[in-house]
Every structure is written in structure tokens, then in C-alpha cells.
Design a protein around this ligand. Structure first.
Ligand code: FAD
Length: 423
């Protein structure tokens, strides 16, 4: 069959949710995925380290509002609901830093995050960096943390976009992997894998798609690919996407978010699981190194590398990045740790042509641009993906909600009704 009511492009959390919603609609549809697997940025690698490792999404953020918490419960997938910001610590000079140092860093970070929230809630659309104290000794650490949250540097993040993000709390890591969970919940859905779409021709009454496996037509399409893939022009549109939408995509780009995982011969002693950062207390300007130690009691160290620093690190060769990591690990645990690394895994989302980055955040002054993603183009093209969610952008659940919303809109358009927007 080469004609459908709806074609979904991309089978990440958004495209999968759209496909699952369409399953019960009675309409014909197809889900086209470029890779040989589903899940997109939610992907659990089990082969490389011999244990489940989430290359992308790992945490059920906003756990109480997150549909994947209930989906996990339904599928019997375990998650850790006992993690907290209180677990976070600093390593310096061969061990955990003293409590007053940790407290001082925590207070500064907490104060700036509160200022960001206050500014955004009051309607201010300024850069996070405007609310940091110039030259403060904990700025490098704060930049690292903001990088993990947003995948950008503080100067590139809008306070208003951030204030619109909703999170009632709870960050629960999934034991067998969030990627595995996303894949499992959509197992009933047929997805056409290894079928990248290269051209979308919406000049006629129907949309014509050119894929690596031939052409097909659809009355409406759901475009569920990452925003940076659209910005990079890796899918050609005839005619081009409207100028206002193209500008909005550029206003809400994805930054960089990568992981380096190091499998040890045994877990780090004396720690159940811990989040921390390795800092050099004698040199405030030195780049801190993030660490997630013994997740689920496993013999694993995971470092998150994000923002412009993450971009530089992603480009390093394997020996170069390991030299940086080993310096930091020696600082935290002593030189003995060097010989205990059995295997490593690193991600390259930023150079992966089907992702090209971490997750979206609006630039300062541009928060309104995200609102445009909820408007279909010419009653034929509906956008989906984490970037389309106002309250939950940059997350798996945001992508999931956007997919459900996009399917509803596409069905309304097929019925000749205006596509009303939800979340
Ligand atoms: C390192 C990292 C850590 C993260 N941690 C978390 C976390 O802990 N919790 C959380 O909630 N979120 C996290 N995220 C963010 C989360 O993974 C994403 O927000 C979410 O998975 C995005 O889903 P999506 O469907 O919008 O996009 P994607 O998952 O990127 O899916 C898009 C799909 O489109 C496909 N595609 C691309 N081009 C084409 C084409 N031309 N033709 C056909 N298909 C195409 C891609 O292959 C992909 O499968 C993290 C992301 C990263 C990178």
C-alpha cells in the first residue's frame, strides 16, 4: 500500500505515541523510522557494557505527572523512587568534599535557579546568565548543571521558556532502562524501520513522501523528527516550510547532551548510588566533571557532558576523552581507579544525523516561538516531538503528549474540522 490517511515521520516517543493513538482511529496510517530501531533518544544499550545503559533518557522526570510512571507500573518495570537532590555531593582532592563546601555550592545554585524561576514567572524572557553573579566561584559548576537540564549554556536559555516547564517533582531512574520501557510500551505498533524520509512534497492536495524505500502519499503527515534535523535541512520540503515556522525552529534549538559510561571491575566502595561533580577547589575556573556513581548498585560511573563543553568533549577522540575522565576520577577516588575500568561507552547524539543534538530550549527573548509548533501547516503537516510541548519540552513524556496531541489534530483535519490545540 502506498497511500495512507496519515504518515508519521519518526518513531521516537512522539511518533510512537502518535502511532498508538491512530491505531484505534479506523484511519489508515504508517510510521516511518530512519533507524533500524524505535525509541529515538530513548534508547537502552544492553550489549556494550553487558548491562542496561540508557544512552539518552534515563529519568522519569516530573514522575507524578509522567504517564511513563504508570506505564512502567503496568508493565512491571521497576524504577527507583528514592532519589533526591540531597544525594548530590562534590568530590575534591581524593574524596567527598567537606559538608560546608557542598552546602555553599548548593546554596548558590539554589539561589540562581530561584531567580531564574522568579524572572520567568513574572514574564521576563532573559538569559539565565543574566541572573548569575559574574565571576562567582561556583559558576562553572552551575553551568554544568544547567547544561544537563537544558543541554545549553546559561547564556542561550530563556527564563520564560523555563518557567513554563511544569514539574511537580520526582526524578526516577528506570532499572532496565527508560529506552527499553519506551520500546516495550509500543510493541504492538508496526513501524517501518530503516526508512529515512528525504523529501516532503506538500505542493499538491496530498503530501508525497520520498523515502529510502520508495515513495508514498498521505492526506496528512505528523512530523515527529528532532528540531535540529529540521534546522539542518536534512529533510527537503517543497515548498519550503513557512518562514515563521523556520524562524521558530531556529529559536528553539537543541544543544548538546552526551554521556560517557565507564564499567568498573566492582562498584565504588561505600556508596549505594550517588550523584556528584568532581571540582578543583584550588582552581575555581577549572571545568568540573560530572559523575553518577554506582547506579542501581552497578559497577558503573556515568558522566554527563553538556552545553558547549559537551560539544567540545563529543568531538574528542576516545583516548583524548579518557585522559580528561581519568584526571577527574583520580581526583575523586585516587589513582587506583584507573586500572579498574573494564569497558567504556560514549554517545554521539550531536553528530548522529537522525538527532543532531540533546534537547530543545528557547533562546532568550524567543520563548513565544515554541507556541507556533502547535499550529498545523496548510491543514496537512502537524508537528510532534519534545520541542512541541510547552509544559514538558525536552523530555520523553513531553514528546509522548505531543504525539497524542498531533494524532488528534491530524484526525480532526481529516474530518474537515479545525485542529484545536491541547498540551
Ligand atoms: C543524553 C540525553 C539524556 C536525556 N535524559 C532524559 C531523561 O532522563 N528524561 C527525559 O524525560 N528525557 C531525557 N532526554 C530527552 C528525551 O530523550 C527526548 O526529549 C525525547 O526522547 C525526544 O523524543 P522525540 O520523539 O521528540 O524525538 P526522538 O526521540 O529524537 O525521535 C525522533 C525520531 O525521528 C527519527 N528520524 C530522524 N530523521 C528522520 C527521517 N529523515 N526520516 C524518518 N525518521 C527520522 C529518529 O531516528 C528518531 O527515532 C535526554 C536526551 C539525551 C540526548
Amino acid at each position: 500500500m502506498s497511500h495512507y490517511d496519515v504518515a508519521v515521520i519518526g518513531a521516537g516517543a512522539a511518533g510512537l505515541a502518535a502511532g498508538l493513538s491512530l491505531q484505534t482511529s479506523g484511519r489508515s496510517f504508517v510510521v516511518l523510522e530512519a533507524r533500524d530501531r524505535t525509541g529515538g533518544r530513548a534508547y537502552t544499550d544492553t550489549a556494550t557494557l553487558g548491562l542496561p545503559f540508557d544512552c539518552g533518557a534515563h529519568w522519569l522526570h516530573a514522575a507524578a505527572q509522567n504517564p511513563f510512571t504508570r506505564i512502567a507500573d503496568g508493565l512491571g518495570a521497576r524504577y527507583d523512587d528514592n532519589t533526591s537532590w540531597e544525594d548530590w555531593t562534590l568530590y575534591a582532592a581524593g574524596g567527598p568534599a567537606l559538608a560546608p563546601v557542598v552546602e555553599e555550592a548548593r546554596n548558590y545554585i539554589g539561589e540562581v535557579l530561584a531567580r531564574i524561576e522568579t524572572a520567568g514567572t513574572a514574564g521576563g524572557d532573559v538569559a539565565f546568565s543574566d541572573l548569575m553573579e559574574p565571576g562567582h566561584r561556583w559558576n562553572p559548576l552551575l553551568r554544568l548543571l544547567i547544561g544537563q537540564i537544558t543541554s545549553h549554556d546559561p547564556k542561550d536559555c530563556s527564563t520564560l521558556d523555563s518557567a513554563r516547564y511544569e514539574d511537580e517533582g520526582g526524578d526516577f531512574p528506570v532499572e532496565d532502562g527508560f529506552g527499553t520501557l519506551v520500546k516495550r510500551h509500543a510493541e504492538s505498533l508496526g513501524v517501518r524501520l530503516s526508512t529515512p524520509v528525504s523529501h516532503v512534497d506538500w505542493s499538491g492536495p496530498e503530501v508525497k513522501l520520498t523515502t529510502a524505500r520508495g515513495t508514498l502519499t498521505a492526506r496528512a503527515i505528523i512530523l515527529a523528527v528532532p528540531v535540529n534535523v529540521l534546522i539542518a535541512g536534512l529533510i527537503r520540503f517543497t515548498p519550503g516550510l513557512p518562514h515563521a515556522l523556520t524562524q521558530a525552529l531556529h529559536d528553539c534549538p537543541m544543544g548538546v547532551s552526551e554521556k560517557l559510561a565507564m564499567l568498573l571491575d566492582r562498584p565504588v566502595a561505600g556508596i549505594e548510588h550517588l550523584h556528584g561533580d568532581v571540582v578543583d577547589l584550588s582552581d575555581a575556573a577549572r571545568q568540573p566533571f560530572n559523575l553518577y556513581v554506582n547506579p542501581f548498585g552497578r559497577p558503573l560511573l556515568v558522566s554527563h557532558l553538556a552545553g558547549s563543553h559537551g560539544r567540545e568533549m563529543e568531538k574528542l577522540s576516545d583516548p583524548e576523552i579518557m585522559a580528561v575522565a581519568l584526571d577527574a576520577l583520580t581526583e575523586a577516588f585516587g589513582a587506583g581507579i584507573r586500572k579498574r575500568i573494564v569497558r567504556t561507552l560514549r554517545t554521539h547524539w550531536a553528530s548522529d544525523p537522525f538527532t543532531l543534538g540533546g534537547y530543545s530550549h528557547a533562546k532568550p527573548g524567543r520563548a513565544a516561538s515554541r507556541l507556533l509548533f502547535s499550529q498545523p501547516v496548510a491543514d496537512k503537516i502537524v508537528l510532534a516531538g519534545e520541542h512541541c510541548s510547552i509544559p514538558f519540552f525536552s523530555t520523553v513524556h513531553g514528546a509522548h503528549f505531543s504525539g497524542i496531541d498531533a494524532a488528534k489534530k491530524a484526525l480532526r483535519l481529516l474530518n474537515g474540522l479545525p485542529a484545536s490545540s491541547s498540551r
